[in-house]
Design a protein around this ligand. Structure first.
Ligand SMILES: NC(=O)c1ccc[n+]([C@@H]2O[C@H](COP(=O)([O-])OP(=O)(O)OC[C@H]3O[C@@H](n4cnc5c(N)ncnc54)[C@H](OP(=O)(O)O)[C@@H]3O)[C@@H](O)[C@H]2O)c1
Length: 305
């Protein structure tokens, strides 16, 4: 049986690591993991690792032409929303120009590209959103991700866009925290935390998102897909669930409004996704938030990701 060759970019990131650890178990897949700098995953066997900075056009073309993957999952991105607002040139180079290199290189070898995107392309006035709803990005990161969607659609024949929302989970050598880890750590240390009470999101367990992206490849599911958790909560509700789960002191939680925060990048208020299309097309079946944090807790205790 010929193996399907899958290349993952940004394999050191939260989603990238989950995809590598799921695909490496598959006998029918030949896996190529790529990231900027050395491989930060603890398990290094069963796949090929190559350093790839996606902003290096020559390297992108060279690696894609030499290895000829059948599918590419682009998990690399500049993901810190406020940093994108403050450093727009870097954001555009990584989230837009590099996606153009990846899309053009993928198209030239007839590969299927799965590009990750975000709920932030919507303005938050009328969530939860379906794939057909019209985008209206409020900040630079969102504009860059929407532009990457347009480039992929314009350049490619076999493309998929997987939009997601607040990913949580653990990785090897974490470079970034996420909502669950941040809230737990601060309350564990007895610190008061300001938590937004007027933004609503559908949090996404990283394992589920990885499964969803892999299903898109397995089913050659072309087009736009919404891949988030199944339910929408306020950020305040999410932090309360974390506090209840770990039996932490909820008096440390200080509810605040978005307006009082004055962040560089303006956040949409109510997003959340309708995920029916992914359920129907490839049986996407994400866990609810409480189940997700309980699996994550077991992973931390068992020292496995
Ligand atoms: N996290 C969320 O809540 C969220 C929500 C909606 C959408 N998304 C989207 O989902 C995707 C995956 O996000 P994530 O949570 O896995 O993000 P992440 O943990 O920040 O991972 C992104 C990875 O991209 C890498 N990267 C940055 N610039 C690069 C470059 N020039 N070349 C190669 N790699 C580069 C980063 O490398 P370093 O680790 O070395 O910095 C990082 O490992 C992204 O497209 C993001 O926009 C994320």
């Amino acid at each position: 049986m010929d193996k399907v060759k899958v290349l993952v970019t940004g394999s050191n990131g939260l989603l990238g690591q989950k995809i590598v650890y799921q695909l490496v178990k598959r006998k029918d897949i030949e896996l190529i993991a790529t990231a900027k700098g050395p491989n930060r995953l603890l398990k290094k066997l069963g796949y090929q690792y190559l350093e790839l900075d996606i902003t290096n056009k020559i390297e992108v073309y060279h690696i894609f032409n030499t290895l000829q993957p059948h599918a590419v999952i682009n998990c690399a991105a500049m993901t810190n929303v406020d940093a994108c607002e403050l450093n727009q040139e870097d954001c555009w180079n990584i989230n837009v120009k590099a996606v153009e290199y990846i899309a053009t290189a993928s198209e030239s070898i007839k590969a299927h590209l799965v590009q990750l995107s975000t709920d932030f392309i919507f303005d938050g006035n009328s969530g939860p959103y379906s794939e057909e709803d019209s985008p209206n990005p409020l900040h630079f990161y969102a504009k860059s991700k929407l532009e990457s969607e347009r480039i992929v659609q314009k350049t490619m024949t076999k493309w998929s866009i997987a939009r997601t929302i607040i990913i949580y989970g653990i990785t090897d050598n974490m470079s970034r925290s996420n909502l669950v880890l941040w809230a737990k750590k601060e309350m564990d240390n007895g610190n008061c935390i300001n938590v937004i009470n007027d933004q609503f999101r559908s949090p996404t367990f990283a394992e589920d998102l990885a499964k969803g992206c892999i299903s898109i490849v397995d089913h050659s599911a072309f087009g736009v897909y919404h891949l988030s958790g199944p339910k929408t909560y306020s950020i305040l509700e999410l932090v309360n669930i974390v506090a209840d789960f770990y039996k932490l002191d909820k008096s440390l939680i200080n509810p605040i409004s978005t307006a009082s925060l004055n962040q560089p990048a303006k956040r949409p208020l109510v997003t959340g996704f309708i995920i029916d299309k992914a359920i129907k097309d490839f049986g996407y079946n994400p866990v609810d938030f409480l189940e997700g944090i309980s699996i994550m807790d077991q992973q931390i205790k068992n020292n496995e990701i």
